[in-house]
Design a protein around this ligand. Structure first.
Ligand SMILES: Cc1cc2nc3c(=O)[nH]c(=O)nc-3n(C[C@H](O)[C@H](O)[C@H](O)COP(=O)(O)OP(=O)(O)OC[C@H]3O[C@@H](n4cnc5c(N)ncnc54)[C@H](O)[C@@H]3O)c2cc1C
Length: 299
């Protein structure tokens, strides 16, 4: 049995890998002409995203699935994917009820949290899947794709499918050099994050723009928004030099933080809506998607 996955963000790649492991022949269509939210410099993986200090639904299982997959990819692809372990979440007293969290002056030190080099992770996933299974192609019309398909299109879903109740938020990051105060923790999270990437490299992100004209980088806005949010906790940020910027649109459902996995037509599954929790949910839901494809074919 064969299957086509459209999209090579972390959702499409996780689904493709699990589909292969179920014995399917998988082809992945993707294009550099379409922007991926997964093209970020650094992402944070932990179980308590959001402002309210609640554990995400399926958070424990999803976290384990993500950490397992990331560690496996890091080992097998011999790439450095985990930048650091441990994250400081500023002013998050509600997190004190959790076992892996130590409180320090109102800040939560989350020990079971990772800063991930998402670009290296995607390359590592491609190594494991096998480069020969990738085709550079923009899918303009779903009738171009034969047989079982998994549509992990991220923001591209907006053009190809009419799915109500999805929300789109642009996020931006920048990376640069700065002499940073030594910290045994990898990242500081608030309404954005400062991540130490080793040496004097630092990544600042991210914005939550709901009103945007297009998905491209708006450097002035990114810098203004990110610095404004982070400076009270980590000042001064304004002198980060040698900057490089990225942007991407996160897709989410408007009623839940969980991803959307839905059969939109015969033998056609959409897998999107990972929102700001893509690292947490991609592996857990990638497996669910692979199971659905196999069961959907009566196997
Ligand atoms: C600035 C920023 C910071 C973030 N920080 C975090 C974080 O700290 N922790 C966290 O867990 N998550 C974070 N996220 C969210 C996370 O990156 C996303 O949830 C995740 O990357 C979504 O993955 P995806 O595979 O669903 O979509 P995408 O990564 O957007 O991938 C979509 C893929 O589909 C392809 N595509 C689209 N249309 C077509 C088409 N017509 N034909 C062919 N291919 C197509 C694209 O090329 C791409 O490969 C952040 C996002 C941003 C933008």
């Amino acid at each position: 049995m064969s299957c086509v996955v459209v999209g090579s963000g972390i959702a499409g790649l996780a689904a493709a890998l699990f589909l292969q492991r179920k014995g399917l022949k998988v082809t992945i269509y993707s294009s550099k002409k379409k922007k991926a939210a997964s093209d970020i410099f650094a992402g944070i993986l932990y179980r308590y995203p959001g402002r309210w200090g609640k554990k995400s639904k399926y958070g424990d299982a999803a976290f384990l699935a993500a950490v397992d997959l990331i560690q496996e990819v890091e080992k097998k692809s011999a790439r450095k994917i985990i930048i650091s372990k441990g994250v400081v979440k500023k002013f998050a007293p509600r997190l004190k009820k959790f076992d892996d969290v130590v409180m320090e002056e109102g800040d939560a030190l989350i020990e079971d949290a990772y800063t991930i080099d998402v670009r290296a992770y995607r390359e590592g996933l491609k190594d494991l899947i096998g480069r020969e299974h990738f085709v550079e192609k923009v899918v303009e019309d779903l009738s171009q794709v034969e047989g079982w398909k998994v549509l992990a299109l991220g923001y591209g879903v907006k053009e190809l499918l009419n799915l109500p109740n999805l929300m789109y938020r642009k996020g931006q990051q920048y990376i640069g050099q700065k002499k940073v105060a030594p910290s045994k923790y990898g990242s500081i999270v608030g309404r954005g994050h400062v991540s130490f990437l080793g040496g004097d490299k630092v990544c600042l992100g991210s914005t939550y723009e709901t009103d945007f004209e297009d998905d491209s980088v708006d450097e002035a806005f990114a810098e203004y928004e990110i610095c404004k949010k982070m400076e009270p906790w980590y000042a001064p940020l304004g002198d980060v030099v040698d900057k490089e910027f990225v942007s991407g649109v996160r897709v989410g459902q408007d009623t839940t933080y969980l991803p959307l996995v839905e059969e939109v037509a015969e033998k056609t599954l959409v897998f999107t809506g990972l929102g700001s929790r893509g690292l947490l949910y991609h592996a857990y839901y990638g497996k669910i998607v692979a199971d659905k494809v196999v069961l959907g074919d009566g196997e």
